[in-house]
Design a protein around this ligand. Structure first.
Ligand SMILES: C[S@@+](CC[C@H](N)C(=O)[O-])C[C@H]1O[C@@H](n2cnc3c(N)ncnc32)[C@H](O)[C@@H]1O
Length: 485
């Protein structure tokens, strides 16, 4: 396999395994609206936050959009964008690995980037996501006028690289046909099938059977142009005429054309790879729109336009999808989700991660101002410290990690009893808190019953090997058994 190498790559490949799981603590003051909205804004380094969210969301995210620092060498007002080239790649590598694990099998990731790193990023993505999962590189026209101070070219586009988790499973929704596209359909002959447009009846290269003379209603005789034939054979053409599907013009004297009814065309449009600012907005639009949300104050440099990110989600999310942005900046991704849900009655959820303190004052504040509901989390202490489970961890939170460690799957249960659930025929139990974390005969007798194998997590076990075998119990000692990598 062709691979990009850089100084520090082998270390970057080991990072994910060594990042500790941390507790995400809810900040109710900043959280907004319904506690069960399912939307999350988390402040912290995305490497750590992603790792800590993985037990809950592995394989459940339908669409990731990220807009990492482009490594332009600029020091932006809000965040730094100046890494040595190899450091930038080492920064991205483990994060992309984690993001891949969040994606569902029919999911997709979009990554905004410019020429500073796009070629390198593409090769790294080929390695992480698989070259056969490459979907497209979109060119977004981000500027509408040249900067004349530039000596050579004035860059007017960014790239958005798109990969599937598993390409054969990725389904593109297409883009909704615009009102403008529909307005090109007219009904000059009052056809009861509704509005239509017409397309050329001639086509190349020549197929001999499809060259024949057509007589128009006005009596004019017409042959296909030289080097062309008709699109339909003679018999099919006659059927089309009988069904009023051929248009000879208002006076019946024109070269015939095929009528295409709006009711019969696909209601969605396949996206092209150039996204013009007239369709999805440009950079200045985005800055202006954000300023308006913050009462005329310029709070963030270079946000993306809402419609740009909305288009990514329009293409690859269903109405109940979870989307994730781990470089959230001013929170455009949440805004795009809110707008898309409002348009199509969807119930998509968002997870945003931003490390800077403005996560509260800009990211969360913007989402609040545009009507979003969310729980706000901060990265807390390590789940396991000095060989002990962090005492501030609730039963509910530990249950998520236990389940993930045992099954590799996110925990979707209720965690309202020691029996967390069944997986592959085995019941998984957690003994934790209230001095109930030691497995004894009395404790065992009080556990909800399960006939088959029982995997019980706890801090100590006072049962004999014989008893364990007899009752099909596998005891896993905490915290040693909490292996979640
Ligand atoms: C280019 S901006 C994203 C802008 C965003 N798309 C918008 O429309 O506002 C990149 C953001 O990623 C954040 N960021 C960079 N490294 C990060 C990390 N390791 N963890 C979390 N956020 C990070 C930066 O602070 C910055 O806000």
């Amino acid at each position: 396999m062709l691979e990009l190498n850089w100084e520090g790559k082998s270390a970057a490949k080991k990072i994910v395994a060594n990042i500790p799981f941390k507790i995400l603590t809810l900040d109710e003051q900043i959280s907004c609206g319904d506690k069960n909205s399912g939307n999350i804004i988390a402040q912290g380094d995305n490497l750590e936050v992603l790792k800590s969210l993985l037990p809950l969301y592995r394989g459940r995210v339908k669409c990731v959009y990220i807009d990492p620092p482009y490594n332009t060498g600029a020091a932006f007002e809000n965040y730094s964008d100046n890494f040595p080239h190899s450091d930038w790649l080492s920064m991205m590598y483990p994060r992309l690995e984690l993001l891949r694990d969040f994606l569902s099998d029919d999911g997709a990731i979009f990554i905004s980037i410019d020429d500073n790193e796009q070629a390198y990023l593409k090769v790294v993505c080929d390695e992480i996501f698989g070259r056969n999962n490459f979907v497209a590189t979109v060119i977004w026209e981000r500027a509408y006028a040249p900067v004349n101070l530039k000596k050579h070219f004035s860059p007017s586009h960014d790239y958005i690289i798109c990969y599937a988790k598993n390409f054969p499973n990725l389904i593109c929704n297409g883009l909704t046909r615009s009102a403008e596209a529909n307005s090109r359909y007219k009904n000059p002959d009052n056809d009861p099938r509704g509005t239509w447009t017409s397309s050329d009846l001639s086509v190349g290269p020549v197929i001999e059977d499809k060259i024949y003379e057509i007589t128009t209603p006005s009596g004019r005789k017409i042959m296909p142009p030289s080097g062309y034939c008709w699109r339909l054979d003679k018999e099919t053409f006659q059927k089309y005429v009988d069904d009023n599907r051929i248009w000879f013009g208002d006076n019946g004297n024109n070269v015939p054309r095929i009528k295409r009814f709006l009711s019969e065309v696909k209601q969605t449009v396949t996206p092209m790879t150039i996204w013009k600012y007239t369709e999805v907005g440009h950079s200045q639009d985005a800055t202006k729109a954000l300023k308006e949300i913050f009462d005329g104050q310029a709070v963030f440099t270079y946000p993306k336009p809402v419609d740009l990110i909305k288009r990514c989600f329009e293409l690859y999310t269903d109405k109940n999808a979870i989307v994730l942005d781990s470089f959230a900046g001013s929170g455009t991704t949440a805004h795009a989700v809110i707008n898309l849900n409002a348009e199509d009655g969807g119930n998509r959820k968002f997870i945003l991660i931003e490390e800077k303190d403005y996560c509260k004052t800009i990211t969360a504040e913007r989402v609040r101002r545009v009507g979003g509901e969310f729980n706000f989390y901060r990265l807390g202490e390590k789940l396991i410290d000095a060989g002990k489970i962090n005492s501030s961890l609730s039963f509910e939170d530990l249950a998520k990690f236990i389940w993930y460690g045992a099954t590799g799957m996110p925990y979707l249960g209720r965690s309202d009893s020691a029996l967390l659930g069944e997986y592959d025929g085995a019941a998984i139990y957690l003994l934790y808190g209230n001095n109930n974390d030691t497995l004894t005969k009395t404790i065992f007798s009080k556990l909800p019953h399960h006939d088959g194998e029982k995997i019980i997590y706890g801090s100590a076990c006072r049962l004999s090997k014989y008893f364990l075998n007899e009752h099909k119990i596998i005891f896993r000692k905490l915290p040693k058994s909490l292996n979640m990598n």
